[in-house]
Design a protein around this ligand. Sequence first.
Ligand code: C5P
Length: 402
Amino acid sequence: MEGKHIIVGVSAGIAAYKAIEVVSRLRKAGAEVKVVMTEHATHIATPLTFGEISGHPVAIDMWEEIHNWNVEHIALATWADAYIVVPATANVIGKINAGIADDMLTTTIMATPAPKFLCPAMNSEMYKNPIVQRNLESLRQLGYHIMEPASGWLACGVTGVGRLPEPEAIVSWLTQELQVIDGNGLLKDKTVLVTAGGTQEYIDPVRYIGNHSSGKMGYAIAAEAAKQGARTILVSAPTSLDVPQGVEYIPVDSAESMKAAVDSYYDNTDVVIMAAAVSDFRVANKAEQKIKKMDSMTLELVKNPDILQGLGERKKDQLLVGFAAETEHVLAYGEDKVKRKNLDMLVANDVSKSNAGFNVDTNEGYFVYPHGTSKVIPNMKKTELAAAIIKEVSTLLRNKDK
Ligand code: C5P
């Protein structure tokens, strides 16, 4: 943060007071901070406080007599290295997404070429409103960085999602996002191989044995690894997902083809994350032609190679992360598997739960380590879990290098 020029935009969420501490922490971290407030926000927190804490006059009104050309909106927009809105209300999010620039905050954020960060905070129902979600998604696609709000007690008296995260979390998120933008992501100079999707084991040219894996977890991990600066190789069984930006995509179908791809990259990777649901069996004699209807038929299955087990056996310096989909004794099975497969970490989840595992957008479970320790992963979006996994991987890599 040293020497960075940060604009903190404050809109009229009841959590606007938390932005004071954000400004203070940014300054302590070495940044120079200027504050822009919406007129409504001044009814919640005083410009005087923000002025004192930031050490600069606060910009609010577009039309007041200009005493200091440095607060003129274009000068301000050009000055910024980053622009963060804390809190970002539904109103401000909607205006930014619609291209409305009718006050100092919305005008300066539109005029700045700097990376833009939003910390949405509002009542749960407002946050979940499809219009707000659509606006956030549209801004995300336009390259805005959007922090997930926290869950908990809200000022309107209900408990739910929409809480502004604590100032410390906001500053650490902004710091990390800026590091990524500056090319200093957590996995800079590392090569990460991720497997994803459910393998397809062919019965004949038109039929296969598959599983419920959607590939969402693996794709989210690959996207996060690439974002954090890793050369990212995504070895994927067929899925309906878009390939994340910046990854090298290696399409495969069966367990055997996945193994061949993974093995060919293994020696030159730093990290392997096996998120794919690999079939334990394949058909013994794949038919060359489509099998015709008959009253009954028996398929003989033979065991597939365990790709991860093989990697564990010939591990040199690589960091190996496996996944375990269980329906019972999740932690106990995980503890056994992490040792048996010679892994550095296992993400164990209970796929019998409706909000975890296959085909849903959320997951929960445990990070299990080989020396008998584990961490609980509360229910969260797969994209958030992907970020948590990559953060953990970068910590494990750092500890390894020590
Ligand atoms: O033993 P289990 O199938 O539960 O282990 C799951 C982990 O092992 C996952 O990371 C999965 O990608 C990997 N695996 C594999 N090859 C198999 C079966 C599972 O690499 N044949």
